[in-house]
Design a protein around this ligand. Structure first.
Ligand code: ADP
Length: 263
């Protein structure tokens, strides 16, 4: 298999950028069109490979919470599993339709059909399928999902975990995280006016840093803290920045750092 080193970018589109978190199952279509625009203008000039992974936002978290899917010992509600998975799949198709209409050759992949977990961590992943799509200049799109778990019947696999897994299996140049705040702060910027934006964070310091998080509310994957735990396991350079601000993604793709650089 052949995939040139330093040619692969993994883009995470956070649920907070992709959906209105307080409006059930509604995508931010205009925002997604802007993101597609910025991706397209960059990829037209550069011969780079791209994987898109997206979060759940209001398509996944409220259902996962309602059916208690984040508790690995109570995932017995098979209807809840089906409903949550189908909702994530629908979100993925909506995102892909926006990207396809904007000329991006994306290929939606339902995560639960290509990976499995054991105790809430990925234990099997058909990565060669992703690799083959990349070789053919297609952009695989994956999402956080409820997946089969060898220990607990089903468990949640976050988009962030999918990224940390893939970054260790594929020659990844960089990982870009689009979220709804300007980067990683010393505290939650939404509840603490004194929160300071961290421009640079070393992975080995993540464990030691006390980054406060507000109540998890409906988010079953742990907001910024959950994200940072996965980022600590990622191989490659990571950038966390605001995906709700136009121009940021293009700047980041072009090598600028419009948020927090983690390495
Ligand atoms: P996404 O949906 O974009 O993947 P999340 O909603 O899971 O992201 O996490 C981002 C949220 O985490 C932000 O909206 C912010 O309010 C919250 N947060 C909590 N603590 C921090 C922190 N120290 N720095 C940045 N964001 C934080």
């Amino acid at each position: 298999m052949y995939l040139m080193k330093n040619h692969l970018t993994i883009l995470k589109i956070g649920g907070s950028v992709l959906t209105y978190k307080n409006r059930i199952s509604t995508i931010k279509r205009k925002r997604l069109e802007k993101i597609a625009d910025e991706l397209k203008s960059y990829l037209e000039e550069k011969n780079e490979k791209l994987i898109v992974v997206h979060g759940a936002g209001s398509f996944g978290h409220p259902l996962a919470k309602k059916y208690n899917i984040s508790d690995p010992h109570s995932v017995k509600n098979t209807l809840g599993v089906g409903l949550t998975h189908a909702s994530m799949h629908r979100l993925s198709l909506e995102l892909c339709n926006v990207f396809l209409r904007n000329g991006l050759p994306v290929y939606p992949i339902s995560s639960g059909s290509v990976l499995m977990q054991k105790g809430g961590r990925i234990s099997f992943f058909k990565v060669d399928l992703i690799h083959k799509l990349l070789e053919k200049d297609i952009i695989p799109v994956l999402h956080g999902d409820v997946v089969i778990d060898e220990d607990t019947q089903f468990s949640i696999c976050s988009g962030d975990q999918i990224i940390s897994y893939l970054s260790n299996k594929l020659p990844t140049r960089r990982i870009l995280f689009l979220t709804d705040v300007d980067g990683v702060y010393t505290e939650d910027p939404k509840s603490s006016p004194n929160a300071k934006l961290l421009r640079l964070l070393r992975k080995r310091d993540i464990q030691r840093i006390k980054i406060s998080t507000r109540d998890y509310q409906d988010d079953v994957t742990g907001l910024m803290m959950g994200k940072l735990k996965e980022i600590a396991k990622i191989k490659g350079q990571v950038l966390v920045f605001n995906g709700n601000k136009s121009g940021n993604l293009l700047r980041a793709l072009q090598g600028d750092y419009p948020g927090t650089l983690i390495r």
